[in-house]
Design a protein around this ligand. Structure first.
Ligand code: ADP
Length: 453
């Protein structure tokens, strides 16, 4: 409970100490009151015994005066053997017996609490049997009833001390909690000032409060990630603008030149050149849209697909410039979004067509719990130090050549996003010649497809 609402161990310890102190104070107060009650009861008992000591010799040896000295008790009354009032203290003169009870059997003494009608409170009445020749006389001694807490003074004293201690502990806890919350306030204030333009700022990490320190460190880690995501996004936006601006500038130059020299312009050639630029713009815009969609982690379809067949169909469909060697195992199944895996394969095949010298090899096989699809070519290959980099957006190892060849620089980024969205991986592995792209996907689990019942 405390763990949920209080931010640090110190704060929890403060509240726990305050609560413990309050309980201890209440416990001590209770013990004191019980002790005071016991002491008052003993005193009352001593007063009753004193009265008994005084009156019993008067009953036994006489003379018994009709009016008795009250002493420290509330009242005394003596009844003779016939139950008539033989003597009493001044307050009871002329009044009937205050009680009629007596100790049972051989007992001499018994006590009861009586609350007479019309009187302010209850009294404790002790009845003594005094054996006389004429019969049993009864001596009643009344004292005010002693409450369990002793006297009102004791009770007020304990309540006063408890209030003072509780107030002091509350003030101490409040001061400590305010101190413990200070780092949280500092973190909140700093977080409030961090905007997209100030992502380099970090929240203060307190030295003492462990939980708050962990919170601040986690917030700073999140800010680190946000900052690098924002930097990546800024770089991507700049790259995208640059990629879109280059063909636009080229097309504009071609169109302006044609307008300046309309008679010297080869219009069909110029139109084809501008159309090529428009095509590149179109493909880049479409790729950007695809990446944005993939970044949002869309829900994929789960089509049960024979990967070998899918590759064979795609290879049959597309025009080819190079010899294609197929090594496609049958019955290798995956659960995938067929359209997206086809898109991935197309991107790899487009690149292979662009870079191969004469031959492209496409293979599909099962390997343990994975399914492997390889697209290899016999081109120049990709140096080991660039094999991760080429998956970055707008990365081209040989910029001029690739842009000239119509690549957007997004094909491999899209392919890897699709692989990862399928819980798979796309990597470049060593091969004897050229580049070898390897797609690993989880194999279709036949056990999973068996429905219970
Ligand atoms: P592009 O549209 O420019 O091909 P990609 O993301 O598909 O963009 O590829 C990124 C870069 O990776 C390419 O510009 C090229 O330099 C390199 N690349 C991709 N495939 C191959 C390959 N089969 N052989 C050699 N280099 C490749």
């Amino acid at each position: 409970m405390l763990n949920r609402y209080l931010p640090s161990f110190r704060a929890r310890r403060t509240v726990a100490t305050a609560v413990l102190a309050a309980f201890m104070c209440a416990g001590c107060g209770l013990l004191f009151l019980l002790f005071a009650g016991g002491r008052e009861a003993d005193l009352a008992h001593a007063r009753v015994t004193d009265a008994w000591n005084r009156v019993v010799p008067l009953i036994r040896e006489g003379p018994l005066p009709p009016v008795l000295y009250r002493g420290e008790v509330e009242a005394i009354q003596v009844l003779d053997a016939r139950g008539r009032v033989a003597a009493s203290t001044p307050g009871l003169i002329g009044k009937p017996p205050i009680a009629t009870f007596r100790a049972a059997d051989r007992n001499v003494r018994t006590t009861r609490v009586l609350c007479p009608r019309g009187s302010a409170g209850c009294v404790t009445v002790t009845s003594y049997k005094v054996y006389q020749p004429q019969g049993v006389w009864l001596l009643y001694v009344a004292v005010p009833e002693v409450p369990w807490y002793g006297t009102t003074t004791d009770l007020l004293l304990v309540i006063g001390i408890s209030v003072v201690v509780t107030t002091m502990m509350t003030a101490w806890s409040f001061r400590n909690l305010t101190k413990a919350m200070a780092p949280v306030n500092a973190i909140r204030a700093e977080l409030g000032e961090i905007t997209l333009t100030a992502l380099d700022r970090r929240v203060p990490v307190p030295a003492n409060y462990q939980e708050i320190r962990l919170l601040a460190e986690t917030v700073n880690d999140t800010l680190d990630r946000l900052e690098s995501a924002s930097t990546r996004l800024r770089r991507f936006t700049a790259d995208a603008s640059h990629e879109l601006r280059t063909p636009i500038t080229a097309m504009r130059a071609q169109l302006e030149e044609a307008l300046l020299y309309p008679h010297d312009t080869d219009w069909p050639r110029m139109t084809h050149a501008v159309l090529a630029g428009v095509d590149l713009l179109q493909v880049t815009a479409a790729d950007l849209l695809t990446l944005t969609h993939l970044d949002a982690r869309p829900l994929l379809r789960h089509d049960l697909t024979d990967l070998g067949r899918l590759a064979a169909a795609e290879l049959r469909r597309r025009p080819r410039q190079h010899k294609i060697v197929e090594d496609l195992a049958e019955g290798v199944h995956v659960e995938c979004d067929r359209l997206r895996i086809t898109r991935l394969l197309c991107n790899l095949l487009d690149n292979a067509e662009r870079h191969a010298a004469s031959r492209i090899t496409v293979s599909v096989r099962a390997e343990g719990t994975s399914v492997i699809m390889e697209v290899a070519d016999d081109g120049a290959g990709i140096p080991a130090e660039h094999r991760e980099m080429v998956f970055d957006r707008f990365t081209r190892v040989d910029t001029a050549r690739d842009r000239g060849a119509g690549g957007t620089g997004l094909g491999l980024a899209i392919a890897r996003e699709i692989a990862e969205a399928h819980e798979g991986a796309l990597t470049i592995e060593d091969s004897e010649r050229g580049a070898c792209f390897v797609l690993r996907l989880p194999a279709y689990d036949t056990c999973r497809s068996v429905r219970p019942g």
